[in-house]
Write a protein that binds this ligand. Structure first.
Ligand SMILES: [Zn+2]
Length: 139
């Protein structure tokens, strides 16, 4: 079984278990996965946050330190991105394309894109980066 963080088009995040990735893909493509908050069936994987594996409390002090360091760096990255670009939410692919083709003013944006949107953008030569997105405001 595999646990995925999912997100609907309205931005609700939720978790769901699947037997494997193929099962998830099949159910998602068939529209069998509905958002528990609003019933939206356009559901995609949420931006990945690092999951810190717990091996029954055996994480060494060094591992804990590394995980905390990674988390801090990703939090900084998120803060920088948010301070320096406009949030466009699920319209990311659309906006990135408009900027790429000069249909709107060039600016930095961030938002969510599905795997298929991301690969389409890549095929079109649109420059973007995918980054792990950590929840805001720990520490
Ligand atoms: Zn929803």
């Amino acid at each position: 079984m595999i646990l995925f963080d999912l997100r609907c088009q309205a931005g609700h995040s939720f978790e769901a278990w699947f037997r494997d990735n193929a099962t998830y893909e099949a159910q998602a493509n068939a529209g069998d996965i509905a958002c528990p908050a609003c019933g939206d069936r356009h559901v995609g994987k949420a931006p990945m946050a690092p999951r810190i594996a717990r091996s029954r409390g055996r994480a060494s002090a060094e591992e804990t330190k590394q995980a905390a360091e990674l988390y801090r760096k990703l939090s900084d990255l998120r803060a920088q991105v948010e301070a320096n670009s406009d949030y466009v939410g699920p319209r990311f692919a659309e906006e990135a394309r408009r900027i790429h083709y000069g249909e709107t003013e060039a600016r930095n944006i961030h938002g969510e894109a599905t795997d298929s949107e991301a690969s389409e953008l890549k095929d079109e030569g649109v420059k973007f980066a995918r980054i792990p997105w950590v929840p805001r405001g720990e520490n």
